[in-house]
Design a protein around this ligand. Structure first.
Ligand SMILES: Nc1nc2c(ncn2[C@@H]2O[C@H](COP(=O)(O)OP(=O)(O)OP(=O)(O)O)[C@@H](O)[C@H]2O)c(=O)[nH]1
Ligand SMILES: [Mg+2]
Length: 401
């Protein structure tokens, strides 16, 4: 029964009292009013109490974090420690089609090997004019000057147009293999991962994808919304947290990102959290103050975990081509970048920049993003990458062990 329905039948009752003007009507009113009041109160109570369905998708830990936000700006990021049993059960992985590097590199492949293949269909001698066209194609592929030169030299050494394909593949693989990926850090408490990069490079999306992976592997994940620069950024991470069933610690817009990171790590230590992924605001490598802020975040989490952050992942937008090399160099000056996530490979012809990053920056590419979906993150594997970049579309590309 709704409130207006009750009000609807009180009115005729009062009219009845006036009309009859008798004691009977008055007695009826005296009986009906307390009942109506009780019913109204019951309905109001029911409206004020959320139904169980309205909170069912939010992990209990997250609900507790949000309750803290409601208390005010200072306590906004603080999450009361709660027993490990309060953590959400990690979501079971649902089988999804595996994204593959070959389709992710479709445009990059046609900009590099596709053009070379086209050239060799017209020319079969490796003379000066052919080499000059090879040079042009290599430079246009946004590999970075050093790498384009290096591959041109490999093409020259190949001796014949037929041998160029194998020579380029072999050299590209050598370049990538020259960068060693450090073994997984041996971490006793929660593993702290800081995610950095310029505006819109794909940080928050990559965090969502990484969180989903860890959760699928049975880990408890906590996201830290240390991008306090834009209110929408906090909400965006909140949506990802809900989507992948991770916990989240949020700060208030305009708050201190280092304080949010601190509180998140503290919360992770007191709960059974395996991985903390810290989202940060996008910043240009030329913005000195904002770059300093990254150093502050890293120093602040060290107060709780001296060897943290265990990983600093720099997210680079594949569309930026050679500019990604510059970004990687600048960010490494500020924080100790341990790995690169190259996002948006699916929409770019500049994926070859991975080679330039390896050769000029020496930081391992750990993951590549090939779409906006939760599963669109691929572990970077040099052999598979080179094979996909130089694939002859099924015409006998050599296999790497
Ligand atoms: N096609 C494609 N789109 C991506 C990929 N990764 C991220 N995006 C999209 O790129 C846009 C920016 O991604 P965000 O994750 O918000 O980037 P961000 O670095 O967190 O941005 P700021 O917080 O504003 O600095 C979004 O529209 C994402 O969906 C990818 O691998 N492929
Ligand atoms: Mg973001």
């Amino acid at each position: 029964m709704q409130i207006w329905e009750i009000q609807g039948w009180i009115e005729p009752l009062l009219l009845g009292v006036v009309a009859v003007g008798g004691l009977g009507g008055l007695a009826a009113l005296l009986i009906a009013l307390p009942r109506a009041r009780r019913e109204t109160q019951r309905l109001l109570d029911a409206q004020a109490t959320p139904t169980p369905e309205s909170t069912v998708s939010i992990p209990r830990g997250r609900a507790s974090a949000e309750a803290h936000i409601a208390r005010g700006p200072e306590s906004a990021a603080r999450v009361a420690p709660s027993p490990a049993s309060a953590l959400p059960t990690p979501a079971k992985p649902t089988p999804t089609p595996t994204p593959d590097i070959r389709s992710g590199l479709r445009r990059s492949r046609s900009a590099l090997w596709g053009r070379l293949e086209d050239l060799f269909s017209r020319r079969n001698t490796l003379d000066a004019s052919t080499l000059s066209e090879i040079e042009e194609i290599l430079f246009a592929a946004d590999l970075g000057v050093k790498t384009a030169d290096d591959l041109l030299e490999a093409a020259k050494q190949a001796g014949s147009t037929d041998a160029v394909h194998a020579a380029l593949e072999a050299r590209a693989l050598e370049i990538l293999s020259g960068v060693s990926t450090p073994p997984e850090a041996d971490v006793s408490g929660p593993k702290i991962v800081l995610i950095v990069g310029v505006n819109g490079s794909g940080k928050t999306t990559s965090i969502g994808k990484l969180a989903a992976r860890h959760i699928a592997a049975g880990k408890n994940v906590l996201l830290a919304a240390a991008d306090t620069f834009r209110a929408a950024a906090i909400d965006q991470l909140g949506i990802w947290a809900e989507r992948v069933n991770a916990e989240i610690v949020k700060g208030s817009p305009g708050g201190d990102p280092a304080a949010v990171a601190f509180d998140a790590v503290k919360a992770a230590q007191s709960r059974d959290v395996d991985v903390v992924l810290i989202d940060t605001a996008g910043r240009l490598q030329t913005q000195g103050n904002l770059m300093d802020e990254l150093g502050k975040i890293a120093r602040t989490v060290k107060k709780l975990v001296p060897d943290a952050p265990h990983e600093v992942l720099l997210v680079l937008d594949g569309n930026t081509g050679q500019n990604a090399i510059r970004q990687a160099q600048e960010f490494s000056r500020q924080v100790d970048v341990t790995g690169i996530v190259l996002s948006k490979l699916d929409g770019t012809a500049k994926g070859g920049v991975v080679l330039g990053i390896a050769q000029e920056v020496g930081i391992p590419v750990r993951f590549v993003g090939v779409g906006e979906g939760v599963e669109d993150l691929i572990d970077f594997e040099p052999g598979a990458f080179v094979r996909a970049l130089f694939d002859r579309d099924g015409h006998g590309a050599p296999e790497y062990a």
